[in-house]
Design a protein around this ligand. Structure first.
Ligand code: CA
Length: 316
């Protein structure tokens, strides 16, 4: 909001969260009275942390509704939803921090396979370039496609159930769209180091999720154009994004050799300047224990104004 200082903004957000958790805590406290003798201190702390995480979802939904209300404006990182929140002491002894990430600024692994089951060649080329931009082997692309595509016929350089069933212990590929990028760790030889390097640039979203240029990571932008402009220049990219969407669609069009390639790429990856899918990453700490949460949020289309939680992972 214009004219509001950052400190006032933080104070308002804190007030919103405290309001949201008041009801939940009141319930937790009244439910506690009969059970407190048996309940361990650890599980009570975990319950509090869970309530705070749920309240954070409510806050994130309110910020996203504010942004997505205007169905024509681009969705970019200079808007209020994108500001990291905290760490802030929400209730005595509990620190919370959270950030919303536009998951459509990442490469959607499920875009590798079209609805008719055929590989999406421009998506494959984009993934191969993304892997190269991150100093990873592009040969992972066919193996990732085989993991997701419905058939059991390996692509050139790919691996299907004949490969995985021969491992000890043997298993089968998913052969369907995936709901977590961590499934890549099931690929034979795809280790944690590779996963950590690739993870900030990928997402596992439904096929209708397009790619939002305004929030695309540097290596992903370079994978679209085949240039080496932003992969090593995240600060310069950030500076270009301080006042709004960058790069706009016309900038991408001018970066590609011709209009037909732009049209084909735009259609293959559903490239635009808006987003519906967001990841909420939260961390609540109390004393020496910490509690992480991830929620996948989706805006339910123009006019609906609803934010749905599609997935929630929690870990202590
Ligand atoms: Ca397959």
């Amino acid at each position: 909001m214009r004219g509001r200082t950052p400190n006032q903004g933080i104070a308002l957000l804190t007030a919103l969260i405290v309001l949201a958790i008041t009801g939940a805590l009141a319930y937790a406290l009244s439910a506690d009275t009969g059970l407190s003798i048996r309940r361990t201190a650890g599980s009570a702390a975990q319950e509090q942390a869970r309530e705070i995480s749920a309240a954070t979802e409510a806050l994130a939904a309110s910020l996203l509704r504010e942004t997505l209300e205007d169905t024509t404006a681009s969705v970019h990182g200079a808007q209020r939803w994108a500001r990291p929140y905290g760490p802030v002491e929400i209730i005595p002894g509990y620190l919370m921090e959270a950030r919303l990430v536009d998951l459509q600024g990442r490469f959607n692994l499920n875009s590798l396979v079209n609805a008719d089951g055929r590989p999406n060649e421009l998506a494959r080329r984009t993934l191969e370039r993304l892997l190269q931009n991150l100093q990873l082997e592009p040969q992972w692309a066919p193996r990732i496609i085989d993991w997701i595509d419905a058939d059991d016929q390996p692509l050139d350089g790919g691996t299907e159930s004949s490969h995985y069933s021969a491992l000890a212990p043997g298993y089968r590929p998913a052969n369907r769209i995936i709901t977590s990028t961590s499934e890549l760790l099931a690929l034979d030889g795809f280790d944690l180091d590779r996963y950590r390097r690739l993870e900030p640039h990928i997402a596992a979203l439904p096929r209708d999720a397009g790619l939002n240029l305004c929030n695309a990571t540097g290596p992903l932008l370079d994978a679209l154009t085949g240039e080496q402009q932003w992969s090593e220049s995240s600060e310069a990219l950030q500076r270009n994004r301080e006042s709004g969407c960058f790069p706009r669609l016309e900038v991408l069009r001018n970066s590609l050799p011709d209009a037909s390639e732009f049209d084909a790429l735009r259609s293959a990856l559903k490239i635009g300047e808006r987003s519906r899918y967001f990841g909420l990453f939260g961390y609540v700490s109390s004393g020496r224990s910490g509690y992480t949460s991830f929620s996948l949020l989706r805006h339910e289309g123009p006019g609906a104004g609803q934010i749905r939680v599609l997935l929630r992972h929690t870990a202590s």
